[in-house]
Design a protein around this ligand. Sequence first.
Ligand SMILES: [Zn+2]
Length: 233
Amino acid sequence: MLDKPRHAVDGSRIPSAVRKRFSVALAFDDGYLDHYQIAELLYGRGVRATFFLITGMKYWNNKPLLTHQPQLIRNMRKMKHEIASHTHSHPNLQCITREQVGHELRSSKQYLENLLNEPVEGFAYPYGKYDRRICRTASDYYGYARTAGEPQNPNLYEVPIRSPGSSLRACSLEMTKDMLRSEGFAIILLHATNTRSVRVWIEYMKMFRVHFATVSEIVDAYFVRRNGLTESG
Ligand SMILES: [Zn+2]
């Protein structure tokens, strides 16, 4: 199943809370097998996150990937987490041919859609590497593409993350002012992290009554409309 990417938005799908409160989306890259424990932990606390998965390999950075047990990926989706793509084999997309880029994006989407039996809209550039040509290819297959930085002109195919490279603590302190204003959003990329630090961080966020959303929901609420790509809304 390879559905066309979404360029129109169904407003009824967007929880109104996404725009009324400060929204935070947690993103996890690469799809390590131990992300399953984090998915369960978040589920137990009513928090949904977005997992960007490598789909064509069994190991990355010498760590086993969720592709060892695809059933777990299905379970994560049942927990209402968003499952998104991070390519088939995690290449630097700027160093391969246009055909290879197409293959990486297509294979990964096919794998996830066959597994989940639903459209997969989200994509994240490996190493955060992309250019205009790669953005265009991403738009052929996906509804949005997430970077690993803070691009100058964020848009559907250059979705920013907050405070790249800084620690979770530093990032949270920086966000605190915004959270107190109760508007806006932040997409946080969590690298190697243990369940304990995630737990502590969730409690901190909850003190500010943030709304936890998926990356897809934040993109729907802030990017499609702001860029005027739809007539509705
Ligand atoms: Zn990665």
